[in-house]
Design a protein around this ligand. Structure first.
Ligand SMILES: [Zn+2]
Length: 217
């Protein structure tokens, strides 16, 4: 089980998304401020695309590009526990809450930017998390989702490879090019034609099928 919430157990929203104020360049709060358990989890399946230390505003922060193309920002961290280009899922521990950068105390500033990844081009992170966009106390146990169970391991094709409708080279084929990313849903589902086959889902279009298991990197 997993959630879209970066904290576990009981936590507080101390400043909601879109609160107006001159302390923000945009004139409003572009993320949501959370206080709770120290360990921060990824809120999406994706790739770590940016890590910064000691930024004047955001302190130590991580940016994850989610599989839907949005960018999730985790700011003011005390510690960063991931590396650049690392694949993460909702159960990945990515860092420890802190008070680095421009803050009045220990908290997580969590923000979701659109595909543009521009400042102030954001979506409502409370809505994504499933909670009300209001100061208050919440419990992540009330917002569990099931998606992670079938998500699988993120892989990249090392060469052009056919997605097959069945785990055999005699079945219907669709060619996918090198560097296509996919999830391995089930490993070694069959041995056929001298190969071991995995059940996979292509990340960009959600198509499911079978691939020979030695073509990933
Ligand atoms: Zn904030």
């Amino acid at each position: 089980m997993a959630t879209n919430i970066p904290l576990t157990g009981s936590f507080k929203v101390t400043c909601e998304y879109k609160r107006k104020g001159t302390e923000w360049l945009a004139g409003w709060h572009t993320g949501i401020d959370l206080v709770g358990s120290d360990t921060i989890y990824a809120t999406c399946d994706g790739i770590v695309v940016r890590i910064e230390k000691n930024d004047k505003s955001y302190g130590n922060f991580i940016v994850i590009e989610a599989t839907d193309g949005r960018y999730h920002w985790f700011c003011h961290l005390a510690r960063i526990d991931v590396n650049i280009n690392q694949n993460v899922t909702r159960i990945s521990k990515i860092g420890i809450m802190g008070d680095t950068g421009n803050t009045t105390g220990k908290h997580l500033h969590y923000e979701i930017r659109n595909a543009s990844n521009k400042y102030a081009d954001t979506v409502n992170p409370a809505e994504y998390m499933g909670i009300t966009n209001k100061v208050g106390t919440y419990n992540s146990n009330d917002y569990q989702i099931n998606e992670i169970v079938t998500q699988g391991e993120l892989k990249t094709l090392a060469r052009n490879t056919n997605l097959r409708s069945k785990p055999t080279t005699k079945s219907e084929a669709t060619l996918y090019l090198e560097n296509t990313t996919l999830y391995v849903l089930e490993k070694s589902v069959a041995e056929a034609d001298g190969y071991t086959w995995d059940k996979v889902r292509i990340r960009v279009n959600g198509k499911e099928g079978y691939m020979i298991n030695k073509n990933y990197k």
